[in-house]
Write a protein that binds this ligand. Sequence first.
Ligand code: ATP
Ligand code: MG
Length: 434
Amino acid sequence: MRRTRYFLPTLKEAPREAQIISHQLMLRAGLIDQHCAGIYSWLPLGTTVLQNIADIVRQEQNKVGAQEMIMPTIQSADLWKESGRYEAYGEEMLRLQDRHGRDLLYTPTADEVVTDIARNHLKSYRNLPTLVYQIQWKFRDEIRPRFGVMRGREFYMKDAYSIDMNEEEARASYKKMMTAYVRTFRRLGLTAVPARADTGPIGGDLSHEFLIVAQTGESELFYEERLEDLMSQEDDHVDVDDIMSIYAATDEIHEADKCPIPADKLKVARGIEVGHIFYFGTKYSESLGLKLAGPDNTTIVPHMGSYGIGVSRLVAAIIEASHDDKGIVWPESVTPFKIGLVNIRVSDEDCTAACDTLYEEFKAAGITVLYDDRDERPGVKFADMELIGLPWQVSIGPRGLKDGFVELKNRKTGEIQELSLEDITTKMQEHFGR
Ligand code: ATP
Ligand code: MG
């Protein structure tokens, strides 16, 4: 993409309303535009990151056998009245009416709808286990939307639902999802700590929240150090039982001397909740009358679970976890472009010719590249590149070019290499496996 053609409105200063670094950087790097309180437009650069994250989430859901579907954002209130949550959900639910005066709402979650679909279409225990998910916009009229997309009112969420014939099978589905979550957060370059969560008054007894360690996190987090290594290792291997056996919790209540974690292994931190998995038993199958034919002429009431990932919140959480004083540092797995190509002097014919050639070569190799071909001062271009945080910067100026060199900079380490025009393409192709 040529920068002169690309809609990327970067800002030198962060608007004053932005309190935390991710919100400041998301505005400055032209990822989002605030529409009104808690509601944002995603500009091209932000949209690409959001979709890259959604793709990783999707791939890992598919890998454990979850099937993607799409449920409506506007839902009939009738179903929610049936489950009892139309009243119970409270002020966070955005309620609407159509022209006939029928009550509708904007989905804050889809447990009711998925249970309705199941009762309409599943007939027998042989249809189980059923594991489905969607990646869809949600709306919750948060009392205090803040920190940009971190706590928005409209936000993008992956929500999965499991339907199983009994508790044992439901626990197996839960573990599958746990596995998918561990892999997802690893691929996003994050260390997410799975903390045992309070299952609240609605029962079930199995629930974990996944939290990213960050100073700006809203929750206090207590966990055993070893979890960090298990969660951030680089391969696909997940030992769910081991992970679930390690203690981690938010909002600890016991006294220090009763802590199950030895003092020298205890970590206390702030955490951002990016995911939540929840086994809730027969809550919705009972309230909405989901019954299936079981074996030997029996009837079964399926056990269900729901599994959320805050996809739009993750954009902010990744920035909280990965930035420096110059800007964002995108992990390669989610970066909007792999390479930023800087033409240091567009008025120089050789320089521009070399940049154009390299730009075409990267594109031909399937490596995404943002080419800063603007007639701007180099300082402005470099500052922008640092701000938007692409993992690799290639810059070409008349002086280096005369000696046959271009510069390759690693955004994360700051390391700079001088390479020939031929070597740079090969190096990047090898690096990205093209
Ligand atoms: P929180 O305690 O942060 O309000 P929650 O418990 O209400 O979260 P869930 O209902 O479990 O959240 O939703 C699943 C995921 O959706 C959360 O883990 C979080 O990542 C994301 N999420 C929830 N509310 C918001 C919001 N207002 N803005 C952005 N993401 C959100
Ligand atoms: Mg909430």
